[in-house]
Design a binder for this molecule. Sequence first.
Ligand code: PGA
Length: 239
Amino acid sequence: MPALIVGNWKMNGLGEDIAEIAAMAGSSVRNLWVAPPFTLVDRAVIVAAGAIKIGGQDCHARDKGAHTGCVSAAMLADLGAGFVIVGHSERRRDNGETDADVRAKAMAGQAAGLEVILCIGETRGERDAGETAAVLTAQLAGSLPEDSNGLIIAYEPVWAIGTGLVPTLADVSAAHAHVRSQLVARYGPAGHGVRILYGGSVTPANAGDLLAVDEVGGVLVGGASLTADSLLAIATAAP
Ligand code: PGA
């Protein structure tokens, strides 16, 4: 299975930045997905022309209704998006999203036919207290959807996001092995088929090493995903 390279643009990108997605789509790299802000999904789908998959950074748990300012998974699918990120730590922190909320969003994404990237990860304090495995276990127990259709997990230590700090490769390996064991415990053999991404300060310089770690099936990239040059350099660093 070739590594999957996913860019999360967060709250970045105006119309002119669509040129970056066009450049990504124009390359020969075919394992790239990008989640631009909602405002660019429509245009991104058009310039991606099927060469790279475009997704949303969040969705509401319901498919429609009186939820001002929210976007449903069905709306993303309607635009031609192919995936949605749920449970990013910035959503959990800034919008108070709980594991139960994340689970509902994940299931909404699946119901709309999207692949779902579900994010989990420990804080610095939790890691220092030796609680990483317990935190991941609890987050998975609370947020995994009923079945694993189209499910991808992103392990993103909160303290590594946007900080330039990255866990040791041994720590990444241990966390991914733990996530895998939880997925198999939950879904049985199907748990082996769920891809696990690493996220947090991935750059062209460290991507090769991270992608070589056992059970790292790809990376979720924030800051270094904003230009085609940078994201393509990460993609070509895959072993
Ligand atoms: P970063 O963000 O690559 O800028 O650390 C990763 C993420 O939040 O997905």
